[in-house]
Design a protein around this ligand. Structure first.
Ligand code: ADP
Ligand code: ZN
Length: 538
């Protein structure tokens, strides 16, 4: 027994070096590979770029050498499958895929190779698993003891709490039920506690060993700036730090993707749009250009990126707030996969907060689900508002303790802070009085106008000049007031009501602030946003 384990480890290292050309394993790869080769189940949480593929590709090769069996890899995206299979062919590994891009003849040819034992790794889309034809193939292999391993990539797709839920993933439990002696490895770069628990439960991985890599990406510098003129800020960021370099810019809507790409081109930056509404051929072409050419900027919705293995993406920028920290981390993780310095840059403002809240409120999901989504959004907002180390907060969110990093905006330029408790009290009492007087509340803009004592048509229409809170906040700028509103939203001491024009509403937590039981410290936003990298650290 000892001898088998020893020689398997040897075989794994040989495959790593001779087939893949890498001198040594990275991080937990070796432990994972040995565990899986030995026939045990594994759940692997590893950040994007951490090297998940080898964790099942090497066991696939070693197990095939040992028993002639095949590894089935479940992968959610056709593009991802094609890339992986192409990369395997380049290093001389027999691999195939089955997905909807193939006609019947092609499908038959793949099935034939599989049955003849001519392929080592078979990639398939999750929906295949529910087709009679495919199950018949697996049944036959299983009967001949030729199913070596199931690898379930992007396993978070099984979780409705994940940012990329795919109902087809739910069917994957069938693999375990029907072929229960086949070892399984599930892999994901999304690892918050809730998603993790969901993956284990949904895929019946209770017995699997959990491998959690550090999620830290030390070469990525996190920066989150207050949005005032987002395009101008973006242009400045690219111009000052990333001229002529490859990057990805995430926007929320397709229209904004297109507008931003067009605008960047007019500013002399080579930018291409990518979103699910573009013709497949255009998407394919843009993706290929981004991968092959130097210094292109991809302006995209989150439809772009999963499985994109471009090592030298020097920056990822967000012009809109993602839905949660998992999404943010996944997207920013596409920067700097080569280990060289890279930037994660985001501009965000009050409108983003309100917008994301509204999308949750208006979604047709259950109230429980919405509650979870709101909690996740709040965690992201707290990150955006933070005055301390961003990385420390990010890692803490994934359950990892760390020290201040020295490579984020807050570490490099500690923001000054101010005590906003009194300001928050003024705002909350203003909302209270407005509600009492008018029977309804208002959006942030009007409430701030009241506090700052601004005479507008709306003010006259509702008679709000007569409120005792009119003008009591003229000492603060509008920017400062917006920051107070955002922070109160982030901590749940205010909420927006989508069914009533995004008006600001008090919550039970508002009372803690009003009664002085909770203080509020805010970052001062008027600060230089520039964080130029010194040549030495580049
Ligand atoms: P993930 O799927 O976790 O995002 P990949 O499997 O695509 O990551 O690996 C990311 C990059 O790291 C790839 O270019 C891969 O070839 C490289 N890589 C993985 N393992 C090693 C290793 N042990 N040594 C050197 N490079 C590696
Ligand atoms: Zn830091």
């Amino acid at each position: 027994k000892f001898f088998t384990v020893f020689s398997s480890a040897d075989a794994a290292t040989r495959v790593l070096q001779e087939t893949f050309g890498y001198p040594r394993f990275r991080g937990l790869q070796q432990d994972i590979v040995n565990h899986v080769i030995a026939g045990d189940d594994a759940l692997v949480l590893m950040p994007t770029g951490g090297g998940k593929s080898l964790c099942y590709q090497i066991p696939a090769l070693v197990r095939q050498q040992q028993s002639g069996g095949i590894t089935l890899v479940i992968s959610p995206l056709i593009a991802l499958m094609h890339d992986q299979v192409r990369a395997l062919h380049e290093v001389g590994v027999a691999a195939d895929f089955l997905n909807s891009s193939q006609n019947l003849d092609e499908t038959r040819a793949v099935e034939r190779r599989v049955r003849q034992g001519d392929t080592c790794l078979l990639y398939a889309a999750p929906e295949r698993v529910n087709t009679a034809r495919f199950l018949e193939l697996l049944d036959d292999l299983y009967a001949q003891n030729r199913l070596a391993l199931f690898a379930i990539d992007e396993a978070h797709c099984v979780s409705q709490w994940g940012h990329d839920f795919r109902p087809e993933y739910r069917q994957l439990t069938l693999l375990h039920q029907r072929y229960h002696s086949v070892p399984r490895i599930a892999l994901t770069a999304t690892a918050d506690a809730l998603t993790r628990a969901d993956i284990i439960e949904r895929l019946h991985l209770q017995e699997a060993r959990l491998f959690v890599s550090s999620f830290d990406r030390p070469n990525i510098r996190y920066q989150i700036v207050e949005k005032n003129d987002a395009r101008k800020q973006l242009l400045q960021f690219i111009g000052q730090e990333h001229e002529g370099e490859a990057g990805i810019i995430y926007c929320q809507s397709r229209k904004k993707v297109e507008d931003t790409a067009e605008w960047l081109c007019m500013q002399g930056i080579d930018a291409l749009p990518y979103h699910a509404g573009l013709p497949a051929a255009t998407r394919q072409q843009h993706q290929e250009r981004f991968l092959r050419e130097d210094g292109l900027v991809m302006t995209a919705t989150i439809a772009f990126g999963m499985g994109i293995d471009k090592p030298d993406v020097r920056f990822v920028a967000h012009l809109d707030l993602p839905k949660n920290i998992e999404g943010y981390y996944q997207e920013t993780g596409r920067a700097g996969r080569d280990g060289e310095a890279a930037d994660a840059w985001m501009a965000y403002g009050l409108a983003d907060v309100i917008n994301q809240r509204r999308m949750i409120d208006e979604s047709p999901a259950s109230e429980d689900y919405k509650q979870v989504m709101r909690g996740k959004l709040d965690a992201l907002l707290a990150l955006a508002e933070a005055a301390d180390c961003r990385r420390q907060r990010l890692l803490a969110y994934f359950g990892e303790a760390s020290e201040p990093c020295g490579n984020c905006d807050n570490c490099l330029h500690p923001p000054s802070t101010w005590d906003a408790t009194q300001a928050a009290q003024k705002l909350l009492s203003c909302i209270y009085r407005v509600q009492k007087m008018s029977g309804i509340t208002f959006g942030a803009g009007h409430l701030i106008d009241i506090l700052r004592g601004k005479s507008t048509d709306k003010m006259a229409q509702f008679g709000h000049e007569t409120l005792s809170t009119f003008g009591i906040g003229s000492d603060l700028s509008e920017i400062q007031w917006r920051s107070v509103v955002r922070q109160l939203l982030a901590m749940g001491a205010l909420r927006t009501d989508a069914s009533a024009f995004n008006t600001l509403q008090m919550t039970p937590q508002s009372r803690d602030i009003l009664q002085g039981a909770q203080t509020l410290t805010l970052r001062t936003h008027e600060r230089p946003a520039r964080t130029r990298r010194s040549p030495a650290s580049r």
